[in-house]
Design a protein around this ligand. Structure first.
Ligand SMILES: [Zn+2]
Length: 752
């Protein structure tokens, strides 16, 4: 445990007394960031934990996942009523907030192999003996990708591996052009919406996406129902809207989808795909892939099907027909509010979505029932005379699956109030047996390390922090091992996108976190017909014991944020993580430069020509643009200053704070994340205003930290790099100034 974490919040005592007190109190109970009276908080957390019930979570989960509950469905509406009624009974002020959004559902899906032989894809998932949910068919959403455009296209097929930029570079070396063709890509390695986006940019007329058994099927593990993995008929549904541009309702970017708001014409909506796209099973993909000719794929493209994988194009020729009902539907968020007893205008927000692709037992119900457990326990404490000091708002979001729509529209509607009042947003989105995963704002890193130390792992009885630490230290990632050994806190992961934290963090600049357990008992039910109660309770979290653990983690965090005397934000961890991200970016630029030099030298010397098999079509790579040296100095200097002021502020926060200053100190603390945003947004996508965390825009994979600079280098927009460095440095310098003012407010004589 670090010094900063064990140091007590104290008032009016000498350093010596503080030190003695520290030893005394540490023996009585561990320090808790932001609390002077830790005993009272420890007792409160113990009675909170006593109220959590795994059995109750299982009962709720069975009811909520009994039938398909996609947005606009009958069971979805029933679930809203089910949750709203319980929140109300527990004592919450409940509001069901509605939005009218565009949500296409399929009218026609047809995929046919026309040449060199014929085959019609089944596009259905098998009924599984022993899983009664899979036999319910009348309310099931068929497998499809939401926000694909309509289309009827016929063309030769090309296999594009994962359909990411480096795959297209390889195709170019094989002399394969996808213009006028239909591409088939594996799921994985990118946000799925990038696959049709890139394919369309390259001139393709249609996209098929399938789960290869090497990644998600029999090569990975036993398939359902023998094991949790994807069987031959399973299909991953999912949205393909261009979410890295903006999430939420495609017709109302930046505005809530309510009455009176101007909507784009559907033809003008920039986040719809440009070409039709359909997800298929590996059973349906196999005959298509087996019919491909052309070169055999490079070794690293091979999948797990019992065929020789070829690139094409052709002779396989397919027809893809898709037609959607472009319906406007009403979606419903359940918002349950417990007013704070002392600071009603400071809001701690805690959310999970309630819509699923079908039964959605794991995604989202396993997270939803953990949230309900927390809400019930917190309300019981309030009824027993211990209400939260700050307002706690529980949210069950609708329409997350098609594109974070319920949460995004809600944030867009309440943006001004959130800007003033939101302390933090804690998200969950499903759960499983295993290890605690924490993604989030690095200002909450020290806080979440403490929370993780306070929660017991149900399988090992160690703390969930210790179990996570053990996993990292016994893992293969040497860099991570060395890093953790040299650090007090386990790093929390930066957040890109993929769940409802995105509008809070990246659009509203609210410190956010995403919490889940996982890594054990998972497998391929994600977004298939097989995400059922039966599958979940057999493989993912039998007995909901990790459901209770998730409720403990998120509930403890919510309680601490709601009750802390001084909000538990710390800044040295942020500065340290930013340093890591800058180092990674500099390394990336250096690597890109030496790689360009190496390739260009080999091209000049003719080595590629000499080494190639003359009977194969694989050509040398294209010459690469030379990578200039960039001026990272403004960012290095800004970070050096931020590191210094962060240490100064963290010291001040651990020391004495005058009682009358607390409201202003807390307000400045929780609004600090807003200062990491820039009103002009990110290049080409002004909905995303956060300058530290963003989902990938050009390449679409994962999270991009310091996105302006990182993406300019990755996309080889070398001319822009210095300007993006300067822009990001300016944001960080303004942030440091903000922290400096905060430190000066706490300790006037030593700052400024
Ligand atoms: Zn989900």
């Amino acid at each position: 445990m670090s010094l900063t974490k064990t140091r007590l919040f104290s008032r009016g005592v000498t350093a010596l007394v503080t030190a003695l007190l520290l030893v005394f109190s540490a023996a009585a109970s561990a320090a808790i960031l932001g609390f002077r009276d830790t005993d009272a908080q420890v007792a409160l957390e113990a009675s909170f934990r006593d109220q959590l019930s795994a059995v109750e979570q299982a009962q709720w989960a069975r009811a909520l996942s009994a039938r398909p509950h996609h947005p606009g469905s009958e069971h979805g509406a029933a679930n809203v009523a089910f949750m709203a009624e319980r929140f109300e009974n527990w004592g919450y002020q409940v509001e069901v907030e509605e939005f009218d959004i565009l949500l296409p559902v399929p009218l026609k899906r047809h995929l046919e192999l026309l040449e060199p032989k014929t085959f019609t894809a089944a596009l259905t998932e098998d009924v599984i003996a022993g899983d009664a949910s899979t036999a319910q068919r009348d309310e099931v959403l068929p497998s499809y990708n939401a926000f694909s455009v309509d289309g009827d296209v016929t063309g030769e097929l090309v296999f594009v591996n994962y359909g990411i930029p480096e795959d297209y570079e390889m195709l170019e070396r094989y002399g394969v052009d996808v213009a006028g063709k239909i591409v088939i890509a594996k799921y994985g390695r990118s946000w799925r919406g990038i696959k049709p986006k890139l394919a369309a940019e390259k001139g393709a007329i249609g996209t098929l996406i399938y789960s290869d058994p090497a990644d998600d099927g029999y090569a990975a593990g036993d398939v359902y129902p023998d094991g949790p993995w994807k069987n031959a008929s399973g299909v991953q549904r999912g949205s393909v809207m261009d979410m890295p541009l903006y999430p939420g309702d495609v017709l109302t970017p930046g505005k809530p989808a309510i009455k009176g708001v101007r909507r784009l014409k559907r033809e003008k909506a920039p986040t719809l795909t440009k070409i039709p796209v359909l997800p298929i099973s590996y059973r349906d993909a196999e005959p298509l892939l087996a019919a491909l000719g052309g070169e055999v794929v490079p070794a690293e493209w091979r999948g797990g099907l019992p065929i020789t994988y070829h690139i094409g194009p052709g002779p396989a020729k397919v027809r893809l027909q898709l037609e959607f009902d472009w319906q406007r539907i009403t979606i419903r968020n359940v918002i349950a509010r417990l007013p704070g007893a002392e600071y009603p205008d400071e809001w701690v927000l805690r959310g999970n979505h309630h819509d699923g692709w079908n039964h959605g037992a794991a995604d989202p119900i396993s997270g939803m029932v953990a949230l309900m457990s927390e809400a019930k326990a917190l309300a019981a404490l309030a009824r027993a005379g211990q209400p939260p000091r700050r307002t706690v708002i529980y949210a069950a979001w609708d329409a997350e699956e098609p594109g974070l729509i319920g949460s995004t529209e809600w944030v867009e509607k309440h943006i001004d109030a959130l800007d003033e009042k939101a302390v933090a947003y804690l998200n969950t989105d499903g759960n499983s047996r295993g290890f605690l995963g924490i993604g989030g704002s690095h200002t909450l890193e020290a806080f979440f390390n403490e929370v993780a130390e306070a929660v017991t792992d149900p399988q090992t009885r160690s703390s969930v922090a210790e179990r996570l630490r053990a996993r990292i230290m016994t893992g293969d990632d040497e860099k991570r091992r060395t890093d953790l050994a040299a650090r007090d806190d386990i790093r929390i992961n930066p957040l890109g996108s993929g769940s409802d934290y995105t509008p809070f963090l990246q659009h509203a600049g609210i410190a956010s976190a995403n919490l889940s357990f996982g890594g054990e008992g998972q497998g391929g039910s994600y977004h298939t017909l097989y995400d059922t109660y039966e599958h979940y309770t057999r493989f993912r979290d039998p007995g909901f014991v990790y459901g209770a653990a998730l409720a403990e983690v998120a509930g403890t965090a919510t309680l601490r944020l709601a009750n802390a005397e001084v909000l538990p934000f710390r800044f040295s961890g942020l500065a340290d993580n930013l340093q890591l991200y800058l180092d990674e970016i500099i390394e990336l630029a250096d690597k890109q430069r030496s790689e360009a030099d190496r390739i260009n030298d080999l091209l000049t010397s003719g080595s590629f020509e000499l080494a190639r098999d003359p009977e194969k079509t694989l050509a040398p790579p294209q010459a690469l643009p030379a990578v200039p040296h960039f001026n990272f100095a403004p960012l290095k200097n800004a970070l050096a200053d931020l590191t210094a002021v962060a240490a100064e502020l963290d010291r001040a926060l651990d020391g004495e704070i005058a009682f009358e200053k607390l409201p202003e100190v807390n307000r400045l603390l929780y609004r600090s994340e807003r200062q990491l945003t820039s009103s002009d947004g990110l290049p080409g996508r002004d909905w995303y205003v956060h300058q530290v965390y963003a989902p990938g825009f050009y390449t679409g994979y994962g999270v991009k930290t310091l996105p302006r600079v990182r993406e300019a280098i990755e996309a080889k927009h070398y001319d822009d790099v210095d300007a993006e460095v300067a822009h990001t440095a300016a944001t960080l310098r303004a942030f440091s100034e903000y922290l400096r003012k905060l430190a000066a407010l706490i300790v006037p004589e030593t700052s400024g």
